[in-house]
Design a protein around this ligand. Structure first.
Ligand code: SF4
Length: 155
């Protein structure tokens, strides 16, 4: 059985910024059928942010830029949350290595977990290309990453 790192909100845990979950039927079915071993992570919570919290977006780049110190993660009310996002990303990579994860299933469009498309930092609902901070760190660590919108057929 393969081990996957999975965004906790996709598992139905109410850890999103708004205190809600985003349980995903396919993930929950895979878990219920015992098809995958799941290692749950919430990089924003693991980095020390509370739930609920005001929304955050990356300003000045994407997750990879944040990791190299060239962009910041800001809350809508002007709080710099870069440190918590970077810590949560590093912990996700450490957890993946420790648990022998073969891949990660991550929540789309999140400033932490988003893959390929994230909000652009303007808090207007506008998307741009790029990964969230944890997704970028996991990608850089060589882990295959997928969102709930592009699960592989074989998992
Ligand atoms: Fe879900 Fe990831 Fe946001 Fe946590 S950081 S609430 S796991 S999308």
């Amino acid at each position: 059985m393969k081990t996957w790192l999975v965004s906790r909100c996709l598992l139905g845990e109410p850890c999103r910024y708004d205190g809600r979950a985003k349980g995903n039927d396919r993930v929950l079915t895979l878990v219920a059928e015992g098809k995958i071993r799941v290692v749950p992570v919430c990089p924003e919570c693991d980095g020390g942010l509370p739930t609920p919290r005001t929304p955050s977006e990356i300003q000045g780049g994407d997750g990879a830029d944040v990791l190299r110190g060239a962009a910041r993660v800001m809350s809508v009310d002007g709080e710099d949350r870069t440190e918590a996002f970077v810590l949560g990303a590093r912990l996700a990579v450490e957890t993946a290595r420790r648990e022998g994860a073969q891949g990660a299933l991550l929540k789309a469009k999140s400033p932490s977990c988003g893959i390929g498309r994230i909000y652009d930092g303007s808090f207007t609902g506008t998307l741009r290309e790029g990964d969230g901070v944890a997704a970028a760190a996991l990608r850089a660590a060589g882990l295959p990453i997928h969102s709930e919108t592009d699960f592989p057929e074989e998992i």
